[in-house]
Ligand binder design. Structure first.
Ligand code: G3I
Length: 354
């Protein structure tokens, strides 16, 4: 019988895992989560393309033809995940409210039209839609899952232009190949502050508001993210920085990670590693061992920083097993047969027991 990750790391931080509804379904997935994790991130099911209810929104508009601003929501896609969290006392990281990706175009169009020739709505209407989206979702969650603790919400996800890392994503249609943002198209760069304002207003008391991004360890990008966070923090609108931590075998260096973590923490923010995985295309023993060493170096650094007073509150793996990772290959702590990998053993062994 192997040690429980959440027990081993409990002196330091929560251990979390992302799961989609389909990853959660098999009994061995549930067993792994119950044994090792105390925090759960729905992998897709609380994103706008899951939550926005097209039929109900159109029905609402038909009954209220003068109100373009009240998108309707449902949480059916997240049911199995939230039932599981409720029944087993897992706290939940809500992911994510405002994102350029996995958010349908019709949300931004006049009359919620699915016809691509229909114009986008005005800034004023779009901000109202954003506010009511957040309000309706929070009210539905509170009503349906009054006992589930939403530890945090990723209020805004991946706002920075990945090409330059020195500004916001470009306006334009939000298809995944262009990476452009319909939030920028309809609202402009103050959509970020508005999202946090509404999230502060409607999320449950005590729920931590996070900005979440990838390549967050890079110098240029972290400098720009720092500016976003500083503006929000000055207005007391943000509580935490989500460092996604999608790593490869040779990037980033531990030093880069440390420098970025210190930079964000210097604003007085809480930090979480929100989507950790270490991409590894090979499952040769030596390659899995190399991956294990890298996981260990990272976790040791996280613990050192925590002991020094950097406020790291959770480490969340982006998937339960290699079987279902979004990356393919062998990026996680458990293998395709739900067995612990060298990476799991290395981070347990790497724990200081002083
Ligand atoms: O729902 C459709 C389904 O109807 C269709 O038959 C199927 C065929 O491809 O696709 C399904 O949608 C997929 C969706 O996951 C649900 O399974 C999308 O194609 C697929 O692109 C999508 O991938 C997700 C990705 O976000 C999309 O942005 C991954 O599962 C999810 O792990 C990943 O998570 C993101 C975080 O939210 C943000 N940070 C990066 C991270 C990894 O990309």
């Amino acid at each position: 019988d192997i040690a429980s990750l959440k027990d081993v790391f409990s002196p330091y931080f929560s251990m979390g895992v992302a799961s989609t509804a389909s990853e959660l379904a098999p009994a061995p997935s549930k067993e792994l989560i119950l044994k090792h994790y105390n925090m759960l991130t729905p992998g897709n099911e609380l994103k706008p393309d899951s939550v926005l209810d097209y039929d109900a929104t159109i029905a609402y508009l038909e009954e209220n033809p003068d109100d373009q601003t009240n998108p309707q929501v449902n949480i059916r896609a997240a049911k199995s995940l939230l039932d599981f969290a409720r029944d087993n006392n897992l706290s939940v990281r809500g992911h994510t409210l405002v994102w350029h990706n996995q958010t349908p175009d019709w949300f931004f169009r006049e009359n919620y039209s699915t016809d691509s020739s229909t114009p986008w709505v005005s800034k004023e209407v779009m901000l109202k839609r954003m506010e009511n989206y957040i309000k309706n979702l929070m009210e539905l969650l509170e009503k349906t899952y009054p006992t589930v603790e939403f530890y945090s919400w990723d209020v805004v996800n991946e706002a920075v232009d990945p090409n330059t890392s020195t500004g916001m994503r470009n306006p334009g249609s939000n298809n995944t190949t262009s990476g452009n943002s319909l939030w920028m198209q309809t609202v402009g760069s103050d959509y970020i502050e508005k999202a946090f304002e509404y999230a502060r207003k409607y999320t449950p008391k005590g729920c931590k508001l996070f900005y979440n991004d990838y390549n967050e360890y890079e110098t240029t990008k972290s400098n720009y993210i720092y500016q976003i966070l500083k503006d929000l923090k000055d207005k007391n609108l943000v509580d935490g920085m989500g460092m996604q931590s999608h790593w490869t075998m040779d990037y980033p260096s531990i030093d880069m990670f440390e420098t970025a973590a210190r930079k964000y923490a210097s604003l007085g923010l809480e930090l979480q590693l929100t989507e950790l995985d270490i991409s590894q295309p090979s499952n040769k023993d030596s390659d899995l061992q190399a991956q294990a060493n890298r996981y260990k170096l990272l976790m040791n650094k996280v613990i050192d920083l925590k002991e020094e007073g950097i406020n790291i509150t959770a480490v969340v793996l982006w998937g339960i097993t290699d079987r279902t990772s979004w990356l393919g290959g062998y990026p996680l702590l458990f293998d395709e047969d739900y067995k612990a990998k060298p990476a799991y053993y290395s981070i347990i062994e790497g724990m200081k027991t002083d």
